[in-house]
Write a protein that binds this ligand. Structure first.
Ligand SMILES: CC(C)(COP(=O)(O)OP(=O)(O)OC[C@H]1O[C@@H](n2cnc3c(N)ncnc32)[C@H](O)[C@@H]1OP(=O)(O)O)[C@@H](O)C(=O)NCCC(=O)NCCS
Length: 332
């Protein structure tokens, strides 16, 4: 019997309409368009406005588009995994809420939290269910409303993050396409450098935690930067080497969009020309779990069946990893 591979058969995406520019941010905190572009590479990011809207609303929009584009009826979806660090609620899972909003009933649905590497962790997990023959249609969504945990008085973090969602459909194939290799790692030493101080079981919300602004992203930017470049590049290079991929044969790198300098550093370590690197950080900033599927969404038309693609990410935890896949269809 031929081996079953898990292949992406469609991509959906969603970004909110509101555009938060560097110019607007420089009226909120002591920063400038020039500093942000030089140090981070972002010009604008999208923000989800509106009372009562959360990550699930963006996730549901991305999945709705995915179902439409792939002609998938909701009742055929067997599993839906949502990668997010900004769930609508601590519980239930945002995956359950997205499923409910789209009338996806009785699916095996749950969330994954692996910081900005969540989409990779979720994609790899989903692929295992397909490869084992246990599921045939699995949706992986990355959705984050980072504006809900961003402190707009902290200039070192508020310039970085934005809101968005992206989703892919995974299906079985016996062709030589789909997920070929994955290398996902974590080390909790990094947890002190990027986290939210309060709101969990160790420090539940109180008047004091709110007064101390402890429900926002805390980040030691230099530590995160240093680790992100080395760890993301290390795993990406290892995945290239053990699959016999070279900088010439690789078609695309899809890097997590955290900072333009991190992206450039990673591409450089892999010996890659920038023309092979998907970059949209200028327009969306760091949307955490949505960066990778939003890149695939924007580049989908240019992708060809058989393209060799490496996805790489780094995030809170610390978590990091790289996936190698062979694209399954010609741009549509
Ligand atoms: C946060 C980050 C952009 C800061 O850039 P940096 O070049 O490392 O800057 P530093 O932290 O060394 O700070 C340099 C100076 O810039 C200042 N600065 C920080 N943010 C600024 C801003 N938006 N505008 C102007 N100045 C700013 C700092 O206050 C510091 O000033 P000081 O020297 O007077 O103290 C950068 O460290 C980074 O991108 N880190 C990784 C973040 C990331 O990827 N997070 C998500 C992980 S998935």
């Amino acid at each position: 019997m031929s081996k079953i591979n898990a292949v992406i058969t469609g991509v959906g995406g969603y970004v909110p309409d509101y555009v938060l520019t560097n110019e607007e941010l420089s009226r909120m905190v002591d920063t400038s368009d020039e500093w942000i572009i030089t140090r981070v590479g972002i010009r604008e990011r999208r923000i989800l406005k509106g009372e009562g809207l959360g990550s699930s609303d963006m996730g549901a929009e991305a999945v709705k588009e995915l179902l439409r584009k792939t002609g998938t009826p909701p009742e055929e979806v067997e599993m839906l995994i949502c990668a997010t660090v900004t769930p609508d609620h601590v519980f239930p899972a945002t995956a359950n809420i997205i499923s409910d909003k789209l009338d996806i009933r009785n699916a095996h649905s749950f969330d994954i939290n692996a910081g900005c590497s969540g989409f990779l962790y979720a994609l790899d997990t989903a692929a295992k269910f397909i490869e084992s023959g246990s599921k045939k249609k699995v949706i992986v969504v990355g959705a984050d409303k980072m504006s809900s945990i961003t402190d707009y008085t902290d200039r070192a973090t508020c310039v970085i993050f934005g809101d968005g969602a992206g989703a892919v459909l995974l299906e079985p194939t016996t062709e030589d396409t789909g997920l070929k290799d994955s290398l996902l790692q974590s080390d909790g030493f990094g947890r002190v450098h990027l986290h939210m101080k309060a709101g969990g079981s160790v420090k539940p919300a109180s008047h004091e935690t709110v007064d101390n602004r402890e429900h926002f992203i805390y980040q030691d930017g230099r530590q995160v930067f240093k680790n992100a470049v080395s760890k993301m590049a290390d795993v990406a290079v290892e995945v290239m080497e053990r699959n016999g991929i070279t900088s010439e044969t690789l078609d695309w790198l899809v890097p997590h969009q955290a900072n333009m300098r991190i992206i450039e550093g990673t591409a450089q370590r892999m010996g890659l020309d920038k023309s092979k690197v998907m970059i949209n950080i200028q327009r969306y900033g760091n949307t955490t779990d949505a960066t990778l599927p939003l890149c695939l969404w924007e580049w989908e038309e240019q992708l060809k069946k058989g393209d060799d693609i490496i996805l790489a990410a780094f995030g809170a935890g610390f978590t990091w990893g790289a996936l190698y896949l062979k694209w399954g269809y010609n741009g549509k």
